[in-house]
Write a protein that binds this ligand. Structure first.
Ligand code: PGA
Length: 253
């Protein structure tokens, strides 16, 4: 089953300066002018920590929302030089947070650490965008479903409120490469993830599931045919308001 609300979430990674606020303002203008799109669409920009506070003040009461891209797993204030925890993310004005991105998994985040991060983020009432995905080697060995299952099982607990968790399926081999999964494979994987998720959160709502990995204005028209996909996590193409708006326009075309 699909959710009615569609998400377009930008992941800026290590990009952006105070001037980049213009991207958000342009996207916001587009949304406010398009009532039909606005009513079923949620737009979030996950920006670097350095921009969260400034941007969240400037876009207060606007349609576009702000998210962070990671946090430290320690939920209390502690001696971790250079790190930021979920309390700090929340207090700086973010309402969403990406956790488990493959960039961070590559830098040492395990399913166990991601589980602790999710727990601390949920405690702060942040909406979690939980990333999962197989790498090229795992795909080749036909281990995709097993990898996804393990990532979900080891990082999500029943006690987490499921309304606060959005899953983003991002095959690692697709991120920033221009390669995307075959539609048939993607459809099966999306159903598999939804059913695994439902095993944890029995009798609850259909999970929100995003696809991420080289999404652009062209391929989004193909992805839009898979109704079970509830939106997209967009890296490279979210740095430009034009590219980002074109993705939204083409999705609804
Ligand atoms: P991409 O990145 O759209 O540039 O492939 C997606 C992501 O890393 O979330």
């Amino acid at each position: 089953m699909a959710n009615k609300l569609k998400y377009f979430i930008g992941n800026w990674k290590m990009y952006g300066s105070p001037k980049s606020l213009n991207v958000l303002l342009r996207v916001n203008r587009f949304l406010s002018k398009n009532r039909n799109i606005r009513k079923n669409t949620k737009i979030i920009f996950c920006v670097p920590y350095t921009l969260i506070n400034n941007f969240s003040k400037k876009i207060q009461n606007k349609l576009v929302k702000i998210g962070a891209q990671n946090c430290h797993h320690e939920e209390k204030f502690a001696a971790h030089t250079g790190s930021i925890n979920a309390i700090m993310v929340k207090k700086s004005g973010a309402n969403f947070i990406i956790l488990g991105h493959s960039d961070n998994r590559n830098e040492g985040d395990t399913n166990f650490i991601i589980n602790k991060k999710i727990a601390s983020a949920i405690k702060q009432n942040l909406n979690v965008i939980f990333c999962i995905g197989e790498n090229a080697k795992e795909k080749k060995a036909k281990r995709t479903l097993a990898v996804l299952k393990k990532q979900i099982k080891e990082s999500l607990y029943k006690k987490f409120k499921n309304k606060k968790i959005i899953i983003a399926y991002e095959p690692v081999w697709s991120i920033g490469t221009g390669k995307t999964p075959k539609l048939h494979d993607l459809k099966n994987i999306v159903s598999f993830i939804k059913s695994e998720y439902k095993k944890i959160y029995k009798n609850e709502n259909t999970p929100v599931l995003l696809y991420g990995g080289s999404v652009n204005a062209k391929n989004v028209t193909l992805f839009s045919t898979i109704k079970e996909i509830d939106g997209f996590l967009i890296g490279g193409a979210s740095k430009s308001s034009k590219n980002f708006i074109d993705i939204i326009k083409n999705y609804y075309r």
